[in-house]
Design a protein around this ligand. Structure first.
Ligand code: GLN
Ligand code: ZN
Length: 767
């Protein structure tokens, strides 16, 4: 017997983003439900066949989703909040939970469920909302149908299911004033449904399931530990169930290993890309009946596998356990990597040999499995991979002497503004003379089909630079005019020149490369195409100054310059893995510092440096936080501290869990911070009150992730809530995030309502 192989999940979106396109057509009423189902079935089939043809032993099913697999799990478990139950059609109900639903003709106006980051990735999941008295019920449709669908194609799959403890830990309970139920309190009611699922799958003839319990790599409190201990014991002991591969990823099991019953499951999967050091302890712990699935092919990055390093890990496992107890696997689902490298024909010839996307990663599994049977690997594929790794190590493409000199010259003084916040605030108050509750937006305005078409034509060489610039100027002019008409206080130019807040800067900086189709799913139909950060980073020319200057020339109101911060550029790129991330981040920070200083010199009075990804960069275990927060906060400060007191630095972050990093956020020392709060009804502001956040804050009052238009009352209520914890003189009024994915009509009405609620608040505070 030799080792087997496993893929933990495959990207759903399609090599050409077919799913995105059909979903959006369906939402717009331009594609039928049948067409949507057809596209999905074709994608599933293509992916299953690609994995099967690569010779992979364990092919996943139920990893596909129309929006998000956590939401799928909620539906499978019957977790559908009452307000969505009036919607009869299951597909419409599903999308209502994901995106909200407004149907004024029929009096329907239901907000979406909350959404948040999936661990430390840039994928977002829908947070299941449990009632305090939640009842669960198995809805077999999706998991059974997908398994059967694959079986009809002759492929026996290993269905993926998010496990019960992780499901609850990722959920929240909609408590009332009278209830205080924690998600884990519902475990006794939930477990029977999992038992039912396992039995149904067993009856169907499912041989293996992949039971994902990724929260096993987190720091768990005693309650969660106890939940894991008893649940895993119970599940392991069930007689009517398929074989279970208990799956962990994104970090080491470490102290949580003891929560897993030894010999309880037929396989255990561990992530050896993130935590290779856990192999030895797991090998000495693992029981004789359990196979070990070694995640050595990185599901989170695009670098070609360092086959010698991986093979050493695989061999270490086979030596200890015997080949038939070792499964060579992707570190996590391949959801976080793009689909297919072979369609990339524009990349540097050298660089392309250093990369692997999902399809190539699937093939790497077989290469490693084969090599593990040999004394000396001989396959051409293995040798080619080895040569590519060596070529990358020796390449001059990745190194720049001037950058390295500049890094050595960075001093601690370069990380601090000239004056303290109080001194700056005074200078800025006199300079800007803004009303109370000043209104602003986060930066981008709707990217209409027009904007996207002209950009595509310009990229294709069909529209020349001058015509493109003129077009963008017209857009900016129109956008500034609209904001003035809406009576917004602090304006933005609209970011029409950017497809994406990281790609735009990556394209202008040295050290980055771009793929044509390297898309990964961010949430729902939203995909991002992260740049490939392969070499030392520096800035050759100003990147945004001319647009901001033009926009400021059109108005007397202050114009905010718009930049993406170093941590976010790092976090949303595929980052080189041949030097510490902290060093790469400092290189980006120096480049952004140059841009911030140039904006100030060009007369731009406010500069927003967005850091929406600061939080998601946090290591999953708290013990590693301090080191990360030190270098990431330093990078932000290095980029923003070269300006005078009169220049107002804004930053923006789009998530709603701040409590635990608020001291670090305060250390950024931005003059104004805008954040996401509307979906969670200002819950996070409690943290701001407790910590007494020192600088100015704009808690988002308009949820831009949904097409729903919030009313004046709704936003006024949110502001009133904010006012309970923050002093009026620190409060700003703004949406949750940028508006580029929205349409002009909804945006105009929503912003009009927003400005009205700010004016109502001004009156209230005066009175
Ligand atoms: N300035 C960016 C925009 O408005 C911020 C986006 C974000 O935070 N994700 O689009
Ligand atoms: Zn945002």
């Amino acid at each position: 017997m030799s080792v087997t192989t496993a893929v933990l999940g495959f990207p759903r979106i399609g090599a050409q983003r077919q799913l995105k396109k059909t979903l959006e057509a369906y939402w717009a009423g331009k594609a039928s439900a049948e067409e949507l189902q057809q596209t999905a079935a074709t994608l599933r089939k293509t992916h299953w066949q690609a994995i099967q043809q690569a010779g992979v032993t364990y092919v996943p099913s139920n990893d596909f989703s129309f929006y998000d697999h956590v939401l799928d799990t909620a539906v499978t478990l019957g977790v559908v909040p009452a307000r969505y139950k009036q919607i009869q059609d299951p597909l419409k109900r599903f999308f209502a939970m994901a995106r909200g639903r407004q149907d004024p003709a029929n009096g329907v106006d239901i907000p979406a469920l909350e959404m948040t980051k999936w661990f430390d990735t840039n994928y977002h999941y829908i947070v299941p909302e449990l009632a305090p008295d939640q009842a669960f019920a198995f809805d077999p449709k999706k998991i059974v149908d997908e398994f059967t669908e694959a079986r009809k194609l002759g492929i026996e799959t290993r269905p993926v299911i998010l496990g019960p403890v992780s499901f609850l830990l990722l959920s929240k309970v909609a408590n009332t004033d009278k209830t205080h139920v924690a998600p884990l309190d519902l475990l006794p009611k939930l477990l029977p449904v999992y038992t039912e699922i396992f039995k149904a799958l067993k009856d169907l003839g499912v041989a293996w399931i992949q039971l994902d319990e990724p929260t096993l790599v987190l720091e768990l409190d005693e309650k969660a530990k106890a939940a894991f201990r008893s649940t895993l014991q119970q599940v392991a002991g069930l007689s009517a169930r398929p074989n279970i591969a208990l799956t962990t990823y994104f970090g080491p099991l470490a102290e949580n290993l003891e929560l897993v019953p030894n010999n309880g499951f037929e396989a255990l999967h561990i992530d050896l890309v993130r935590a290779p050091e856990q192999l030895a302890p797991v090998l000495s712990w693992i029981g004789a009946k359990t196979k070990l699935s070694v995640g050595v092919v990185d599901g989170r990055n695009i670098w070609r596998n360092d086959v010698d390093a991986s093979l050493a890990l695989v061999n270490q496992a086979t030596k200890a356990l015997g080949a038939d107890r070792v499964i060579v696997a992707s570190s996590c689902s391949l959801l976080h990597s793009p689909v297919d490298l072979t369609i990339e024909d524009k990349l540097d010839k050298n660089l392309v040999t250093w990369l692997a996307f999902a399809k190539q990663k699937v093939e790497e599994l077989g290469v490693l499995a084969e090599a593990s049977t040999q004394k000396e690997p001989t396959s051409p594929a293995f040798l080619a991979a080895r040569a590519a790794i060596q070529n990358r190590r020796d390449s001059a493409l990745t190194k720049n002497a001037a950058v390295r000199e500049r890094m050595k010259a960075v001093t601690s003084k370069m990380h601090d503004r000239a004056g303290a916040f109080s001194a700056r605030a005074e200078v800025q108050r006199n300079r800007f003379k803004l009303p109370a509750f000043p209104t602003t937006t986060i930066g981008s305005f709707p990217q209409t089909a027009d904007v996207r078409t002209i950009r595509a034509d310009w990229r294709a060489g069909k529209v020349d630079q001058e015509a493109y610039n003129r077009f963008l100027q017209t857009e900016i002019k129109d956008c500034v005019k609209r904001q003035e008409d809406l009576d917004i206080d602090v304006l933005v130019h609209g970011e029409f020149e950017r497809t994406d807040m990281v790609e735009y800067f990556g394209e202008k900086l040295e050290g980055f490369a771009f793929t044509k189709n390297g898309w990964v799913q961010s949430y729902g139909s939203r995909c991002v195409k992260p740049p490939v950060l392969f070499g030392d980073v520096y800035r050759r020319f100003p990147m945004t100054v001319s647009w901001s200057k033009y926009a400021q020339s059109l108005t007397n109101r202050p114009m905010k310059g718009m930049l993406t911060g170093p941590v976010t550029i790092l976090q949303w790129s595929f980052v080189r893995n041949d030097q510490p991330r902290s060093q790469t981040c400092q290189q980006i920070a120096l480049a952004i510092r140059d841009e911030v200083n140039d904006l100030e010199a060009a007369g731009i009075p406010m500069i927003q440096v967005d850091e929406p990804a600061l939080r998601e960069g946090l290591p999953l275990r708290k013990r590693d936080w301090e080191a990360y927060l030190k270098w990431s906060v330093d990078a932000f400060k290095l980029s923003t501290s070269g300006v005078e007191n009169k220049t107002q630095i804004h930053t923006h972050m789009c998530y709603s869990e701040f409590g635990d990093i608020l001291p670090a956020v305060a250390r950024l020392d931005a003059d104004v911070l805008s954040i996401e709060t509307s979906r969670s009804h200002m819950e996070l502001l409690g943290d701001f009150g407790k910590f007494s956040y020192p600088n100015e804050v704009g808690p988002g009052v308009y949820d831009i992730h949904s097409p729903r238009v919030p009313s004046v009352d709704e936003m006024t209520d949110l502001l009133a809530k904010a006012l309970k914890v923050l002093p009026a003189e620190l409060l700003w009024v703004n949406p949750d995030c940028g508006l580029k994915t929205r349409g002009w009509e909804e945006v105009t009405t929503a912003l009009k309502n927003m400005v009205s609620s700010a004016k109502i608040m001004r009156k209230r505070v005066e009175a």
